[in-house]
Design a protein. Structure first.
Ligand SMILES: Cc1cc2nc3c(=O)[nH]c(=O)nc-3n(C[C@H](O)[C@H](O)[C@H](O)COP(=O)(O)O)c2cc1C
Length: 339
């Protein structure tokens, strides 16, 4: 990390915004571009890595979601999901969906993605929603991959350090998208990033990347002054030319709504989103059941996205999203880093 020309990591952003073009654009500015593989299968990952290699000869990384432990879900998960199905059903009917009876299919790509990355090494791999085993980390390190884990509190930082990762991504509560809590039921750590970074530094000497709610050059400088190696930026890249952000998501960011909140309404895990009609209506009803909630709401979100109905999509956004510009990635980065 300390050989990056610009101390910037372009956050992995699964679900559309991350593209090979965006990752390559970040790497070509001298930062580290990241591909989001959380929802990909191995063939899709192979294709995206191929594209990124065609667009840059600079280092880049791949982000994976650690699988949830089924024991994390409450014993009455099925009943909770049924109540949520009932609440969503009228909205589903508007789009011709049978939310009450739709089967939830849970794909399991984690091990095939990991195998692919062992056979086709990339410079950096990061993990979200948990820490892989020490053996899995060691196998990646053995193929010269630099391995990081995203943490939101000092306890999880200590666990990841014990598993011998190379670095940590420290994610503050203002971050857009999911919080990388290790357990589904964990409450979000509300400590601001400026406090969380020293708390993590107190438990480990590992190099740190810090992110969550970065909105300005001043924010970047304040974080670097805490001694982190680089700053991770997501939301500020969402409206860039290279991002694959959907029109509905772009419309939500530019809708004039100023507020974001952490909600389990879309996936069962806490994630920061723009407070649109979906969040207002369903947040209080949403159970902490993951990943079933993600796959239960996915068809509804897909239909809303297709209809460009920004009030109904998961418009992930960090707390400083009003600073987001519609520009080429290189220009956004140059404004942010004063390059
Ligand atoms: C649209 C979106 C999708 C995201 N998807 C991922 C992901 O796939 N993996 C991950 O580790 N973090 C993901 N995040 C969180 C980012 O890694 C990072 O913590 C966050 O963007 C930093 O806060 P900021 O958005 O305020 O810059 C996502 C964030 C956004 C906004």
């Amino acid at each position: 990390m300390d050989d990056l020309e610009i101390p910037l990591v372009g956050a992995p952003m699964a679900g559309g915004p991350s593209t090979p073009q965006l990752a390559a654009a970040v790497s070509n500015t001298g930062g580290l571009g990241m591909l989001a593989a959380g929802y990909l299968n191995a063939d899709q990952l192979a294709e995206q890595v191929k594209q990124i290699r065609e667009l840059t000869d600079q280092p880049f990384g791949v982000n994976l979601f650690c699988p949830a432990d089924p024991n994390d879900n409450p014993a009455n998960a099925e009943a909770l999901l049924q109540d949520y199905r009932l609440a969503l059903a009228p909205l589903g009917r508007e789009y011709g969906l049978d939310i009450l009876n739709d089967e939830i299919v849970l794909p399991d790509h984690f091990h095939s993605l990991l195998d692919w990355l062992l056979a086709n090494p990339v410079p950096v791999v990061t993990f979200t929603f948990g820490c892989p085993s020490a053996e899995q980390i060691e196998r990646l390190q053995a193929v010269s991959t630099y391995v990081g884990v995203t943490v939101t509190n000092p306890q999880d930082a200590a666990l990841a350090a014990q598993a011998s990762v190379d670095f940590l991504c420290v994610q503050g509560p203002d971050a857009g998208g999911h919080q990388s809590t290790f357990r589904v039921q964990d409450e979000v750590n509300q400590l601001p990033l400026s406090q969380l970074v020293p708390d993590v530094q107190a438990v480990t000497n590992l190099p740190l990347i810090a992110g969550g709610g970065v909105g300005s050059n001043q924010d970047v400088r304040s974080l670097l002054a805490l001694g982190v190696e680089a700053v991770q930026v997501g939301t500020l890249l969402l409206l860039s030319d290279e991002a694959g952000t959907s029109q509905a998501h772009r419309d939500a960011l530019q809708s004039g709504i100023a507020e974001t909140q952490l909600t389990r309404a879309f996936t069962g895990r806490p994630a920061r989103a723009i407070v649109n009609d979906f969040v207002t209506e369903f947040d209080a009803l949403a159970p902490a059941v993951y990943p079933q909630m993600h796959y239960l709401t996915a068809p509804l979100r897909a239909k809303a996205k297709e209809a460009e109905a920004w009030q109904r999509v998961n418009a992930w956004a960090g707390a400083r999203f009003s600073q987001t510009q519609t520009d080429p990635t290189a220009k956004i980065i140059s404004t942010l880093f004063g390059t």
